[in-house]
Design a protein around this ligand. Structure first.
Ligand code: URA
Length: 435
């Protein structure tokens, strides 16, 4: 086979065979094809797309390109959960211990912040001493002992995706639905959980800007799950304003702990309880959503959910007292309250720009190797649809110093759209796609 023939074929809109896709992935993983030819092929895929069979073939080939953990051979059921990323998205931090507290194991590898979106690994590292870089043996050991583990993505897993993702990042080929679906699902299949819940975010703070795009991605991933033997369900959920009130690493951890205690903000708590319940139904732990929501509510009320979170933090080397007493987590030295510049209803909040503003305070990275400040970020005081009087609290800014807090204020105000008429916020969950 010749790579140049495969580039021609895809450039001309033809489908590649399973053998051709398998060969390309294997040769690229072994450095037998140069980046520039794979970049040309990726650009052809970007324009011509891939059908469902090609997308599954690419996913399986990438999943098999490195180590495979096969976690479901040790613990069954064992669930995984993935969000396509958003602003203030602390759902994984709450859903994983909620599900584990209800008796279903969770084995999860997460990423760091990407662009304006936060990452679970960065958030978890708010805990002093906590390790997210776990060798496979330790990952499996913690999973078996505690029924929950949340680690950083191992580079041994799906290395073909690691190489291809880095190449896509610098060749304008990231936002292709089949390539995104294959990239995400290859890592999930390499971990080998039995059930996967995907949270596909849509809106101004998400990579998918329309429900149609989000649906296409969700359907592609559910289909790959079916072919790969992993029971996969995808929820399409709103990211047109930040989720909950906290944006920033420690601040989001504190909010996740509040959700586990039943004291979190309404929207994000509702989403976490819903997703946890969905996983309990998927795994047969509950007969239906109502029974599952009762189990989740009992785990919150009885303290089992927050205790499970403290247990996994301790198992990964963190200090569980910081879960019991979140005021022990590090805090930014300065808090400033930004107030509403006018009276009116909040018609929209630009989630992506709020995410970028939090990065400027130090909560995210502009370059791959930037250090982040876990303490900084925002507590949003009002949400879309709320009425504010001029001068009411709008955003509590948690900053390193006075200059940084002052510099961000105008930018934050530009994230808000106001209305004199009452505004109805959109739905939190658009649809759920089952196999
Ligand atoms: N996250 C991934 O893991 N892969 C993509 O292609 C996009 C987001």
């Amino acid at each position: 086979m010749q790579i140049v023939e495969l580039i021609h074929k895809k450039r001309d809109g033809e489908a590649l065979s399973s053998e051709e896709i398998g060969w390309l992935v294997e040769q690229y993983t072994n450095d037998a094809i140069p980046d520039y030819q794979v970049a040309a092929w990726l650009m052809a895929v970007f324009w011509r797309g891939m059908d469902a069979r090609e997308t599954s073939d690419l996913t399986l080939a990438m999943a098999h390109s490195g180590e495979q953990l096969r976690v479901r051979e040790m613990v069954v059921p064992v669930v995984d959960k993935h969000s396509t990323g958003g602003v203030g998205d602390k759902v994984t931090l709450a859903v994983a211990p909620l599900v584990a507290a209800c008796g279903v194991a969770v084995g999860k590898m997460s990423g760091r912040g990407l662009g304006h979106t936060g990452g679970t690994v960065d958030k978890l590292e708010s805990f002093q001493g906590l390790r997210t870089s776990l060798a496979s043996e330790e990952f499996l050991h913690i999973l078996q002992q505690h029924g929950i583990v949340i680690a950083g993505q191992s580079s041994q897993l799906a290395p073909a995706d690691g190489k291809m993702y880095a190449l896509r990042d610098v060749t304008g080929t990231v936002d292709s639905i089949p390539l995104i679906a294959a990239s995400i699902m290859s890592k999930k299949l390499a971990i080998g959980g039995s059930h996967l819940l995907l949270d596909v975010k849509v809106g101004s703070g998400a990579f998918m800007k329309t429900v149609e795009q989000a649906r296409e991605l969700a359907v592609a991933m559910v289909e790959i799950g079916r072919v790969g033997g992993m029971h996969t369900v995808a929820a399409i959920t709103a990211m047109d304003q930040p989720l909950g009130r906290a944006v920033g690493n420690v601040l989001e951890v504190v909010e996740a702990i509040a959700i586990l205690r039943g004291e979190g903000p309404g929207d994000v708590s509702e989403l976490c309880y819903h997703e946890a319940a969905e996983l309990l139904v998927m795994t047969g732990k509950a007969r239906d959503q109502a029974e599952a929501e009762d189990l989740v509510a009992a785990a919150v009320r009885g303290g089992a959910a927050v205790a499970k979170f403290a247990e996994v933090i301790a198992a990964q080397g963190g200090d569980p007292r910081q879960v019991e007493r979140p005021e022990l987590l590090p805090a930014a030295p300065l808090r400033r309250m930004l107030t509403a510049p006018r009276s009116g209803y909040i018609a929209a909040m630009h989630a992506e720009r709020i995410g970028l503003a939090s990065m400027r305070l130090g909560a995210g990275r502009f370059k791959k190797d930037d250090a982040i400040d876990h303490r900084t970020g925002f507590i949003l005081q009002a949400r879309v649809g709320d009425y504010c009087h001029q001068g009411d609290p709008l955003v509590e800014i948690h900053a390193r110093n006075e200059d940084e807090a002052a510099a961000i204020q105008q930018e934050l105000l530009r994230c808000y759209t106001w209305s004199d008429e009452a505004v109805q916020p959109g739905p939190l969950i658009y649809e759920v796609i089952h196999p």
